[in-house]
Design a protein around this ligand. Sequence first.
Ligand SMILES: Nc1ncnc2c1ncn2[C@@H]1O[C@H](COP(=O)(O)OP(=O)(O)OP(=O)(O)O)[C@@H](O)[C@H]1O
Ligand SMILES: [Mg+2]
Length: 291
Amino acid sequence: MQHATIEELRGALERASYLPDEGLATALFLALRLEKPLLLEGEAGVGKTEAAKALARATGARLIRLQCYEGLDVAHAVYEWNYARQLLHIRAAQEGTVDEAELFGREFLIRRPLLEAIESELPVVLLIDEIDRADDEFEAFLLEILSDFQITIPELGTISARRRPIVILTSNRTRELHDALKRRCLFHWIGHPTLEREIEIVKLRVPDVPARLAEQAARFVERLRTIDLAKPPGVAETIDWTQALAALGQRELDAGLVESTLGSVLKYHEDFQLVRDSDLVALVAEARSGR
Ligand SMILES: Nc1ncnc2c1ncn2[C@@H]1O[C@H](COP(=O)(O)OP(=O)(O)OP(=O)(O)O)[C@@H](O)[C@H]1O
Ligand SMILES: [Mg+2]
């Protein structure tokens, strides 16, 4: 489904339970309109992966996801020959002979996410998640796909996309990506949301949460981000934490409960200690009073 304006797309994303800010909504709109890959960078838990998933829901496209990791290769990302089937085929044809072309036909191909996305007749959002975890060589290999939307299989020839998938790449920036890759993509940095937006996100994601609890939790987390933490909490942590507090029947923050549930927000022991040793009671009071 095409959305004529940024506002329309934003509305569709909201109905898909995702609240982008103006900048992200614009970037996603342009990715659709220009059919250009979009690279989303940002810290952990700011909504990079979910942006791609929500875009698929909002446009009625199928989501195809490639999770990147060190050592990811063509056999897992693009295609692989199904040796077992090829062997069976040879055995079944024992009497006759099998020529090579027959063995390397499409029915013996195992399609991995990139090939699936290129071959799809239906609209696809292709999520290439955490590209910074893949090796340099794989990144270089992606260039052909991202610029020409085609894949070359030596035994079969070049397969071109019948319709271009919408490609969203995400990176946590554990390493810099190559300029050649960046040049082929639109780019958007997702930062932490404003307080107002984060409250809205929490309300959207934690059904039936008391409004006051959502506000106080978001305010508390926002304040935590100003402390020098090893890993500042993302929206994901705010959501998890509010969910935990709501599950405990909490309607507001209180210092004792904050201390015992802080593990949902801070995932490093040093961060936990830092916050506990700063004036937790004062921090909670601040979040409660809204100052
Ligand atoms: N703008 C938003 N609207 C709605 N939900 C959001 C938004 N941003 C983040 N979230 C929620 O926060 C959680 C974390 O998001 P997501 O997994 O996409 O983060 P990420 O940036 O991919 O993190 P990581 O780098 O750890 O993979 C998800 O549950 C997602 O629904
Ligand atoms: Mg992610």
